[in-house]
Write a protein that binds this ligand. Structure first.
Ligand code: NIG
Ligand code: FE
Length: 412
């Protein structure tokens, strides 16, 4: 099966195979080809170039993309897409004056989602999650990371991870799974946090690793959740079991979580709404990707990750949704890209780099996803007719996607 796209107004993010991350000033550059074509064979990009050099190519299907822009599908490296029900009541409670922390302190928040999830069957959880996954694919997401963390018991965490595995088997998109056993402290452990950390270390991690249910280990390292010491114990155990750290840090407080992530060679450190100079210094000369989640800042009305400070220090940055029922009930990467430009002062080029190649890096898949490259997976967005790619962030809230191609197949 071959698919040919011709007359593309502009083909974005055309990169050599060896480019798997983009940093600092290079983030301002988005390599493109105007008036281009792309040829896909089965699930792989096999050829691309300028229409000026185009010589008649035979293909099973041809798309004329006149006036349209083609770019790699979004790579969303941080989500909690598997959850049960919703928390719209807490949303209303926050409008009426309660804070996110206050809601959590009275047993709402993550514990509320955990209770719902524990009482939901695996099949039902799968069905709810599949709907969300299909919805974000239609919004242009072609690769996605999904965390556990709303189970908070060994059984419920395993249930979540089995759902993620089933999604990854049955869906066309690339899915990476993360164990987030330490997401909140269950009520039963209220006065005995170290016993819960022991449970994560002695039961969850070994079982998950043995059944190969996750590749990454995450911790919500935050005041009132898990301390640096708890985080370090969990990361140690995770690494011993072959899991790679990818952690929540600096959402509400900066107290050394970034340096700890770097010390454990975290693939990414995510959130970073509160970031100080020591955090930025810790990231220099590391392989750890800082990940910003602007939809979370928007929804919770908390500071935005200081992307300019990060990029101007010569570092890379990735953008992801954080899709979850509490702090970000949206998996829309188009909104993320717009919000990054509008609120974080990232240029369209920086935001697109952050949401494609760098997002893929933060999932360990940037050798296969996140750019237009011969041999890479054919995960593409074809936009509607738009004047320029600046319209993607500029016309915020508009759905500018005409077609989504995943693994060489048109899914929208
Ligand atoms: O990334 N910060 C921790 N975890 C999620 C939110 C969890 C929730 O409120 O359900 C996040 O924002
Ligand atoms: Fe998160």
């Amino acid at each position: 099966m071959s698919l040919l796209i011709i007359n593309i107004k502009e083909l974005l993010q055309v990169r050599e195979t060896n480019v798997t991350i983009v940093k600092g000033n290079d983030m301002k550059i988005l390599p493109t080809i105007k008036n281009a074509y792309v040829l896909i064979d089965y699930d792989t990009i096999v050829e691309y170039g300028s229409m000026d050099d185009y010589e008649n190519i035979e293909a099973d299907e041809v798309i004329d993309a006149k006036g349209k822009i083609v770019l790699p599908a979004w790579c969303d490296s941080h989500t909690h897409l598997v959850f049960a029900g919703d928390r719209s009541q807490e949303f209303v409670d926050r409008i009426n004056g309660l804070t996110y922390e206050e809601i959590a302190a009275r047993g709402g928040g993550i514990l509320n989602s955990a209770e719902k999830l524990q009482n939901t069957s695996e099949d039902e959880l799968y069905e709810q999650s599949l709907k969300r996954l299909n919805a974000v694919i239609k919004l242009g997401t072609g690769a996605i990371e999904i965390k556990s963390g709303y189970g908070l018991t060994v059984d419920a965490e395993l249930k979540m991870l089995r759902v993620i595995k089933r999604l990854s088997k049955e869906s066309q998109v690339k899915i990476k799974a993360t164990l987030l056993g330490a997401h909140a402290l269950p009520k039963e452990y209220k006065d005995n946090k170290s016993a819960f950390v022991d449970l994560v270390i002695n039961e969850m991690i070994p079982k998950v690793s043995k059944e190969r249910l996750a590749e990454y280990i995450d911790v919500f390292c935050e005041k009132g959740y898990f301390s640096l010491e708890d985080t370090e114990r969990i990361l140690n155990a995770g690494v011993e079991h072959g899991l790679i750290p990818k952690i929540h840090v600096n959402q509400f407080n900066a107290f050394g979580g970034v340096a700890l992530g770097v010390k454990y060679n975290a693939l990414s450190v995510d959130h970073l709404e509160e970031l100080n100079n020591e955090d930025v210094d810790a990231l220099k000369n590391s392989k750890t990707m800082p990940v910003a989640l602007p939809s979370c800042s928007y929804f919770l009305s908390i500071p935005y990750t200081p992307a300019r400070q990060i990029i101007d220090a010569g570092l890379p940055i990735a953008l992801a949704t954080d899709y979850n029922p509490g702090s970000t009930p949206s998996g829309n990467m188009n909104f993320v890209v717009s919000t990054a430009c509008i609120k974080m002062k990232m240029t369209p080029e920086e935001a697109i780099n952050a949401a494609t190649i760098n997002g893929a890096y933060a999932m360990g898949i940037s050798n296969q996803y996140g750019s237009i490259c011969r041999g890479k997976k054919a995960n593409l967005i074809i936009t509607k007719e738009i004047p320029s790619y600046h319209y993607l962030p500029y016309a915020f809230g508009d759905n500018l996607i005409d077609k989504v191609i995943i693994n060489g197949r048109i899914v929208l």
